[in-house]
Design a protein around this ligand. Structure first.
Ligand code: ADP
Ligand code: MG
Length: 299
């Protein structure tokens, strides 16, 4: 199962919402789609699921064109986009049956298994109108998983949730992926959330693709050096004067952007200038600093 985007451009009238995006998502993991509000995340998801037509470019899902062969392409994809509106006066079970169009013994067995996993099995007969936001989100994920999906796409599933609800949804996504091997694409404007559950990352900003790939690899591309030194501000000034990029300074440490093999040189430079360096370590970048670097400020 793969999703391939080729030179996707989307205009809404004069608004260029997505520009020339090409990428590929393969089986297996959790892919995080991040970008500030208005970056084009929902637009990309709607294009991948064939809900809107691209201005230019095309999408292949499982080898089928997401627009021209929509039914075949979507056979094994479940998506929740900008969250479904369930019918409040009907029970959770009735809502699932109506929106999934499912019936029969096999369907009910599958439905009940997912509901147990989502911890919604005890509220099957309760009206959705009485559900909390978190329960509705979990019901939404259930709906996405129902048609034997191998790949589910969730657009900002933690929007509107409190911190506990966010943790809960995060765990559900991670755990479901691990246990059942369902690939997940999840969008968010919250960096920490994506950093915690995703294997792969797609970063878009202002309609442009800024980065995509395995999250560990992306963050290791430009490592940072953590230096504990007696006079951080003065040490930072020295490093800046020698054209070393200082990312951050605290009362005890400075962080510089660096190639791993340059760490020894930085240490020598500081020691020779009379600084006392007590700790030096090459670390992977945080998603936040990666994001700021790629978006040139961003959020
Ligand atoms: P995100 O999901 O990252 O917040 P969207 O994909 O929803 O971003 O939107 C990207 C840009 O396109 C935004 O500037 C938004 O205002 C604009 N946009 C989205 N949908 C429409 C539409 N139907 N008509 C006009 N502009 C739109
Ligand atoms: Mg959106």
């Amino acid at each position: 199962m793969s999703v391939e985007c080729f030179c996707l451009t989307k205009r809404y009238g004069r608004k260029l919402a997505l520009e020339d995006v090409s990428l590929e998502i393969n089986d297996g993991g959790v892919t995080g789609l991040i970008g500030p509000n208005g970056a084009g995340k929902s637009t990309l998801i709607k294009l991948i699921t064939g809900l809107i037509w691209p201005t230019e470019g095309f999408v292949l899902v499982d080898g089928y064109d997401a627009h021209r062969e929509h039914v075949k392409a979507m056979r094994r994809i479940g998506a929740i986009i900008e969250w479904p509106s369930f019918i409040p006066a009907l029970s959770a079970g009735a809502n699932l049956d109506i929106f999934s169009g499912g019936h029969g013994k096999q369907y009910r067995a599958k439905r009940d298994e997912i509901l147990r996993f989502m911890e919604l099995n005890t509220v099957l007969d309760r009206k959705v109108g009485s559900f909390s936001t978190g329960m509705k989100q979990r019901l939404g994920i259930t709906l996405a998983l129902l048609p034997d999906s191998e790949f589910i796409i969730l657009d900002e599933p933690t929007n509107g949730l409190d911190p506990a609800g966010i943790v809960e949804i995060r765990q559900i996504i991670r755990e479901y992926n691990r246990r059942f091997g369902v690939s997940v694409m999840v969008s968010s404007h919250l960096l920490s959330e994506v950093e915690q559950i995703c294997d792969n990352l797609i970063l878009i900003d202002d309609g442009k693709l800024k980065a995509w790939g395995e999250i560990g690899e992306l963050l290791c591309e430009h490592p940072r050096l953590r230096i504990r030194v007696d006079r951080p501000a003065a040490a930072a000034e020295l490093l800046r004067s020698r054209e070393t990029s200082v990312m951050d300074i605290t009362t005890e440490e400075i962080f510089v952007e660096i190639e791993a093999e340059q760490a020894g040189g930085v240490n020598r430079m500081l020691v020779e200038a009379g600084f006392s360096v007590s700790h030096l370590a090459v670390e992977r970048q945080t998603l936040e600093s990666f994001f700021l670097r790629e978006t040139g400020g961003g959020e």
